[in-house]
Design a protein around this ligand. Sequence first.
Ligand code: ADP
Ligand code: NA
Length: 323
Amino acid sequence: MSKVLSGMRPTGRLHLGHYFGVLMNWVKFQNECECYYMSADWHVLTTSYVDTSAVNENTLEMVADWITAGVDPEKSVFFKQSGVLYHSELFLILSMITPLSWLQRCPTYKEQISQIKNKDLSNYGFLGYPILMSADILLYKANIVPIGEDQLSHLELTRKIARRFNNFYGDTFIEPKEELTKAASVPGLDGRKMSKSYGNSILLGESDDILRDKVKSMFTDPLKIKTADPGHPCGCVVFAFHEIFGIEYKNREEECKAGAIGCMSCKKQLMEMLSEFMKPLTEKRKDLIADKAYLEKIVEAGCRKAAEIAQQTMEEIRKAMKF
Ligand code: ADP
Ligand code: NA
């Protein structure tokens, strides 16, 4: 049976980028594969290490969001990275065999170093965190890794590290393959990738009032002012969401281009779809969030199960390296 590993950082509530970009695949795989879903809590330290007081609480909230999205803790193993110490051992070993240039060349590293000014990224951990991500994946011998488009380069690096290790010490690791959804890069309200750090997100469980304001503020084609103006759906956030919901989007594209529909009506329809979609999620989320003890138990049990697998792999690794 195929093995699936995927993770998210517990840095706050999840948004529609996580839902349509990744969680839909988590749900899909839970019926076909052995699935490990991880709260990447150590990874939070790579971008904010001063105040760590909310990390545990955020893991529990994130688990609630996963269940809200339909991921089932009875079918998949939910765990947190810091609860399985083998991740740190493999991280150490892989750090030793990974050339510095591979990390310096990572597009995500170059991009963040040049764009993000309000965080201290000038530390060893930030440069090395793709190695920790590789350790997370290789430790479970996962063949499939559901991710968003922004993580592709990290998965490529994981495969390179696996190959390098296998060359030195003999076949130990499996080279994992990514799995993308149809919406591998969900746009945020402003048209950039939806991301917590850009403040352009729609959260899971968002109320109707906030949804309405957010849909109103969505970026649309600036050349389409009156209804009759021919629109350019490519790049329009509202259109992108119509496409994500998959509702008669071919017609919508024609209508927009022909000036048969205005942006306001288009937004109104989207608002209705989003509201319908969100209602049951909001209800479900409210109940889950109220039961922290239940969420804690899921994570504790998951850590024990994950540690069994991780321990087996670590033993193979030590044997291969003659430690
Ligand atoms: P964020 O970028 O919001 O901080 P994470 O870095 O924790 O979120 O990302 C967790 C997972 O969700 C990754 O696989 C990432 O690729 C995916 N993801 C995040 N935002 C989006 C998006 N807007 N569209 C598609 N996938 C996304
Ligand atoms: Na990301």
